[in-house]
Design a protein around this ligand. Structure first.
Ligand code: RUB
Length: 316
């Protein structure tokens, strides 16, 4: 039997699954907050019961979306710090771990932004795909330094996260041209950089991000337009060090086509992968809070930060 989960944790899990809370960093932050709530409110009678409750909460959160590694990394961070001999000690450790994780997430994003901003010069035009808070941090820092920038934003079908990027860019004084995804090749001629985020970065330096990133990166490489990935180290997937692969989330076909449109066409298959994998040869740099790396060398940072993987802390 699964232990009782706090209603706020269950709500958070639903919000992540339904993409009301979305984007890798935001998901990690929400998951940490949910686990903290569970720890605070727990009335577990024994340390064993307390640990089992937190592990069950973590499993519930993990069950929402499979691709962004920031989610398991958030849960690993907290559960591996949940040490103590009494329920109160465990509770305090879990709360402190969650708060520390969220603080680090925020300061990593600031530090990454300062590094990414160094790549940008006055008058540059940047092409964007999807919506990434790590990418926006680079642009925000450049704007605070007085750098004039302009933006070309792909709408990013089917969920149109490009609209969020467009709004946030124009709020910080970056003029935006919104284009359909298929127009990216044409507008790359006007772009000095392509900036994208990441949901996961694998040990070989491949970048898992919103579907369409790979096609954009291949086209950008063909034109020698630098493609920069803004990804704080919570996006590094330690399980890929031991050969595990990243699961690409397949979402509902209703995001792509309505039932009536589909029925009018006839017997077809509709597929809706949410992410794709861009091989390292198409990526110029991965910007993290620890500096900027060529994708092929990210494995050294991954080893330093995560080391050997023990058993997952939510496993029984
Ligand atoms: C969002 C997406 C973003 C990354 C990085 O996908 O692919 O590029 O998550 O975002 P979805 P951030 O909308 O399906 O969650 O930099 O904010 O972590």
């Amino acid at each position: 039997d699964e232990p009782d989960l706090h209603p706020e944790l269950v709500e958070t899990a639903t919000a992540i699954a339904e993409m009301e809370v979305r984007g890798a960093a935001t998901i990690a932050d929400a998951a940490a907050r949910a686990l903290e709530k569970q720890a605070q409110a727990s009335d577990a009678a024994t340390p064993v019961a307390f640990r089992e409750e937190l592990a069950a909460g973590a499993r519930r959160l993990l069950d929402t979306r499979p691709t962004a590694v920031s989610l398991p990394n958030s849960l690993r961070y907290i559960l591996r710090r949940t040490d103590g001999d009494t329920v109160e000690e465990l509770r305090n450790a879990a709360i402190a771990g969650a708060q520390e994780f969220r603080d680090r997430l925020e300061s990593a994003q600031d530090d990454l932004g300062a590094i990414g901003a160094n790549r940008l010069q006055d008058g540059d035009t940047i092409l964007f795909h999807c919506h990434s808070t790590d990418v926006l941090s680079c642009i925000r820092t450049a704007r605070e330094q007085g750098t004039a920038l302009s933006a070309i934003v792909k709408e990013t079908r089917p969920r149109k996260q490009g609209h969020i990027t467009a709004q946030q860019l124009q709020e910080i004084g970056v003029p935006v041209t919104l284009i359909v995804d298929g127009a990216a090749g044409r507008y790359l001629d006007e772009a000095d950089h392509v900036f994208v985020g990441a949901d996961s970065v694998t040990a070989d330096g491949s970048v898992v991000n919103k579907i369409g990133t790979r096609q954009l990166a291949v086209t950008a490489r063909e034109r020698d337009t630098p493609i920069v990935v803004a990804a704080q180290t919570v996006k590094l997937d330690p399980t890929t060090l031991s050969g595990h692969t990243v699961e690409i989330e397949m979402r509902d076909e209703q995001e792509v086509i309505s039932s009536s449109e589909r029925n009018a066409i006839g017997d077809i298959t509709v597929e809706n992968p949410a992410f794709d994998v861009t091989p390292p040869r198409y990526v110029d740099a991965i910007v993290t809070e620890r500096g900027q790396f060529p994708p092929e060398s990210i494995v050294f940072l991954m080893r330093e930060l995560f080391g050997e993987q023990a058993m997952e802390p939510w496993e029984a």
